[in-house]
Design a protein around this ligand. Structure first.
Ligand SMILES: Cc1cc2nc3c(=O)[nH]c(=O)nc-3n(C[C@H](O)[C@H](O)[C@H](O)COP(=O)(O)OP(=O)(O)OC[C@H]3O[C@@H](n4cnc5c(N)ncnc54)[C@H](O)[C@@H]3O)c2cc1C
Length: 392
């Protein structure tokens, strides 16, 4: 026996930061949205992440750079809007970041960033990026190590307390009338003549004009082989630890090689994260991961060895071979839109992803350039990156 779940105009599959942001924005445009989440909303990668709203990398392809800039430009107002609706403070803060430049190649890249972004300034007229000599760093960030050649300051980097952002998003969705069904695992897409007409959740069937796939690292696990063949999304584990600090030993986000450090307003400090491409769906900490986090943290800010570890966890990023997301209509399957594979930048790119999906639902097209994010793209092109080191 099958049971009709509900009919709506839009079904969103997955309640991470991407799915919740889309549901929130689409419902605001007057569509009826059902969000189906297999467990609880906002408990996977989006919760596990560090909450860095990273400044855009000007060396990426133009289209990705623009998407990134558009997302970070609206982040503060996005958070303010969520706080207004939900009453939850997301702790958004434009804290800036410091990249520790440990090789001459990294210094050259940083100098090139400064040249490329020479005309870009912050709201108070300061350069968006600046190279700082090791001798001058103490005034900017007193506790940082000086075991590098120079530092790149990016003033546009921000941070958000992602568990709070997710709570605010979930609450704002409910406030606006999104029908959130937790504990509803989508098992397959319902397809009729190459058109996706809904999804099945075990015995329940949901039908809608548009289905948006936002199932993160699990996006290719949903039944219907021909659709999952169009995506190469796989789990990339990230291990992260939380240090119990009270005196806010650092102000900026600090990046040293693959390590980053982020200090919350209450002083708690996150050190992350490993990038493990062969983890499968094993969401756990490992001795190698913990060792790497501990040693790398001490190399970046030696004072942190004095602070106790409060807890640690691991999350599964939705990785893709070229590290770019899939955003846009799924070719050959009318009615299905992809918004997945955001890898290391899903928290950062969620607002612009939601805008794009809104455009696609409202008009069938968008002014955003999605050529680099196309579902079904091949990975034989230059620029494709296969697997990266497990723990560097
Ligand atoms: C350790 C770590 C640190 C990170 N740090 C940052 C950072 O600082 N800044 C940044 O921008 N990004 C960061 N990221 C990346 C970011 O977290 C991800 O890109 C982002 O969370 C992806 O969001 P999502 O909504 O696609 O996926 P998820 O948050 O994983 O959500 C997917 C949801 O879909 C649900 N789901 C799956 N299958 C089904 C199904 N069949 N039916 C119904 N529901 C289903 C899942 O239960 C889950 O809730 C980090 C990630 C990790 C792991």
């Amino acid at each position: 026996m099958t049971i009709a779940g509900n009919n709506s105009e839009v079904i969103v599959v997955g309640g991470g930061v991407v799915g919740l942001s889309i549901a929130f924005r689409v419902q605001q445009t007057g569509h009826r949205v059902i969000l189906l989440e297999k467990n609880q909303c906002g408990r996977e990668a989006s919760w596990a992440g560090a909450g860095i709203i990273s400044a855009a990398n000007p060396h990426r392809s133009d289209a990705m750079y623009r998407l990134h800039c558009q997302s970070i430009a609206q982040y503060e107002s996005f958070c303010a809007e969520l706080t207004d609706v939900s009453g939850i403070d997301t702790e958004y803060e434009r804290c800036g970041s410091l990249d520790m430049l440990t090789t001459t190649q990294a210094v050259e890249m940083a100098e090139s960033d400064v040249r490329v972004l020479a005309d870009v300034t912050t709201a108070d007229g300061k350069p968006a990026v600046e190279v700082i000599a090791t001798d001058d760093i103490r005034e900017v960030e007193p506790n940082i190590a000086r075991n590098c050649l120079a530092f790149l300051l990016r003033r546009d980097t921000a941070q958000v307390r992602n568990p709070r952002l997710l709570a605010a998003l979930r609450s704002a969705c409910i406030e606006h009338g999104v029908d959130i069904r937790e504990g509803s695992e989508v098992t397959r897409f319902a397809v009729e003549h190459d058109r996706v007409i809904g999804v099945d959740c075990g015995r329940y069937k949901f039908r809608a004009k548009h289905v948006v796939l936002c199932a993160g690292a699990w996006s290719t696990e949903i039944g219907h082989g021909k659709i999952s063949d169009l995506f190469k999304v796989y789990p990339v584990r990230g291990q992260i630890m939380l240090l119990h600090c009270v005196d806010r030993p650092i102000r900026h986000v600090i990046n040293r090689r693959k390590l980053y450090l982020v200090c919350r307003k209450d002083g708690r400090l996150l050190a992350g994260a490993t990038e493990e491409h062969d983890s499968g769906f094993m969401k756990r900490n490992t001795p190698d991961g913990i060792r790497w986090l501990t040693l790398s943290t001490a190399a970046a800010v030696p004072k942190l060895v004095d602070y106790p570890v409060e807890t640690m966890w691991a999350g599964l990023r939705p990785g893709t071979p070229d590290r770019r997301p899939y955003i846009g209509p799924v070719p050959g399957f009318e009615g299905l839109i992809a918004a997945t594979g955001h890898f290391r930048t899903g928290l950062t790119l969620a607002p612009v992803t939601a805008d794009i999906v809104c455009d696609l639902i409202a008009t069938g097209s968008t002014a955003h350039d999605l050529r680099r994010c196309k579902p079904g793209r091949s990975f034989d092109q230059p620029g494709s990156v296969a697997h990266r080191p497990i723990i560097s």
